[in-house]
Design a protein around this ligand. Structure first.
Ligand SMILES: [Zn+2]
Length: 165
């Protein structure tokens, strides 16, 4: 059987000893055994800490050496104020498209029917689509990018432009 130190007197005892032959303490190897486990755990914990610390340090090193990402406010090559401008233009153009569609197919309480409402809606939709295509072309954006600007406006609650009556 292996030898270890007695937890009480420090003399050599068998790991399986029930009683220390030197000082007579019960289970002399037990606590040394536990101490060893605790010490081993401590070493593991320290290793984990060191590992995390070092890997974090490495990350910081890589981050600082990596090229800086474009500032957050630049999207699709446009600053936030430019995107706000585009969004304003779109709101105004769509408002105009709606008014034009309503003027082409005026719906009143007297003449209101489903067919007329559908025609008016379709007319507005076609005009709105045209507005968006033109705006996308004007600023060299895809329709998807334009949609993302609209989403950004909604998300960030950008103020609506003043609309003509
Ligand atoms: Zn002892």
């Amino acid at each position: 059987m292996a030898l270890t130190k007695c937890r009480e007197c420090g003399d050599k005892v068998s790991t399986g000893a029930i009683k220390c032959p030197h000082c007579g303490v019960k289970n002399p190897a037990l606590s040394t055994h536990l101490t060893n486990i605790i010490a081993a755990l401590g070493v593991i914990v320290i290793c984990i800490f060191l590992f995390v610390y070092i890997s974090k340090g490495c990350d910081a090193l890589f981050e600082s050496s990596a090229p800086k990402a474009a500032p957050k406010e630049i999207k699709f090559g446009l600053s936030e104020s430019e995107r706000r401008q585009i969004w304003h233009e779109m709101i105004v153009a769509e408002d105009r498209a709606t008014q034009e569609g309503e003027a082409m197919y005026p719906v009143t309480v007297q003449n209101a029917n489903r067919e007329l409402l559908e025609k008016q809606t379709e007319e507005i939709m076609v005009r709105v689509e045209k507005c968006r295509d033109e705006l996308a072309r004007k600023y060299g954006l895809t329709r998807q990018q334009l949609t993302r600007i609209v989403a950004e406006a909604t998300m960030n609650d950008w103020p609506m432009p003043p609309l003509p009556d």
